[in-house]
Design a protein around this ligand. Structure first.
Ligand code: SF4
Length: 362
């Protein structure tokens, strides 16, 4: 079977390996582009949020490449994510495609449904449950390495001596991880790529600002959706720390907080889950402030209810904790140049604030 999945950050490298290990053909959708967004916008309801439109376009591009099944994740809570799968499926049907969408909901919601869907993927190729667990573990390991490489690249980029060198090294690192197929190869790729990135010439005397990135998961993880915001900020001398990675819950040891801790931090302001990552945007911003970060950028798809609810709460967080928060709403009209100007102004503000605090004359 030809199987595709949403394109989000670098996760396609791990998902491709998993699907091939399960005996299917992986159809990796093209990296999201203007064409993807145009396709998606033309075939989505106008009010749909940006991730919905990019995914719609991405599915259509994958179908052009022959995809027969789309495997995607579901969503819970009072936002639209839970209806994505059904709505995408209806639109595909209306367009005359018989490609099926399989929505993987959390196993905590319905374990039998979750296992049944996995069985329907592994049974046709005769893959046993034992083999599935083995190859899933391997793919998970790869996903973690991909995230580790990206985290390191964001730590190094603001210190690079020659602009663009980290990004060049990072692209080579992704190729190395992509070609690692066994567990020992994946572990070796982690060591090799760390060495490569650390080898980028750096000026460690540079005074960089630290900014946390919070917001809706898709626009935080997919550089096309956020106009490469982390690279843009790094090239302005800002080190970013992203609050969400796909392999998140394994990295509490590296400064990433558990969801419980994030929700607890947000609880004096809001103690009810309101869908998406809204409550996490609030909790992470408070934690960033407590850790001495200079500012926070909130990334929100236009019309995203959870992030709209979080925005006024973040204004209160700024008042109480003194941490500036820049909210960036993203839709198909957002341009890179306009965003760059807003980021420059924000970085200027953070620099002045830091200099004032440190008693440096402006
Ligand atoms: S979290 Fe926001 S962007 Fe994501 S599905 Fe819900 S409303 Fe849309």
């Amino acid at each position: 079977m030809k199987i595709t999945f949403p394109y989000m950050g670098t996760s396609h490298i791990a998902f491709k390996m998993l699907i091939e290990d399960l005996g299917h053909e992986a159809i990796v959708p093209p990296k999201p582009s203007k064409k993807t967004l145009t396709y998606g916008t033309q075939n989505s309801p106008e009010f749909a949020c940006l991730p919905f439109k990019i995914l719609m376009g991405s599915y259509l591009e994958a179908i052009e490449q022959g995809a027969e099944l789309i495997i995607t994740s579901g969503g819970a809570g009072p936002c639209r994510a839970g209806y994505y799968g059904i709505l995408h499926q209806r639109i595909l049907q209306d367009l005359g495609y018989d490609t099926k969408i399989m929505v993987m909901e959390s196993p905590y919601r319905n374990i039998l449904d979750f296992l049944g869907k996995i069985r329907s993927v592994i049974a046709p190729t005769g893959v046993s449950w034992w083999k599935f667990v083995k190859v899933f573990r391997k793919a998970w390991e790869k996903l973690k390495v991909l995230d580790d490489v990206e985290i390191l690249s964001h730590q190094i980029r603001p210190y690079e001596v020659n602009r663009g060198e980290t990004t060049k090294a990072y692209k080579k690192c992704l190729e190395i991880v992509d070609t690692a197929y066994t567990l020992p190869q994946i572990r070796e790729a982690k060591a090799v790529t760390a060495e490569m990135l650390n080898g980028v010439p750096q000026d460690r005397h540079r005074r960089v600002l630290k900014v946390g990135i919070v917001g809706e998961i898709y626009v935080v993880l997919e550089p096309f959706a956020n106009h490469d915001i982390e690279i843009t900020l790094a090239e302005m001398g800002v080190q970013t720390h992203r609050s969400i990675y796909l392999s998140d819950w394994t990295r509490e040891s590296t400064g990433y907080e558990s969801t419980e801790k994030v929700v607890e931090a947000a609880s004096p302001y809001i103690d009810e889950l309101f869908g998406g990552h809204g409550i996490c945007s609030v909790g992470h911003s408070i934690l960033y402030s407590q850790k001495g970060f200079d500012g926070v950028v909130q990334l929100a798809p236009f019309t995203c209810i959870p992030e709209i609810v979080a925005k006024p709460i973040l204004a209160k967080v700024t008042q109480d904790f003194g941490i500036p928060v820049l909210t960036v709403f993203l839709d198909e009209q957002t341009g890179k140049a306009g965003l760059q100007t807003r980021l420059e102004a924000f970085v200027d503000l953070l620099t002045q604030k830091r200099d004032k605090l440190e008693g440096i004359a402006i």
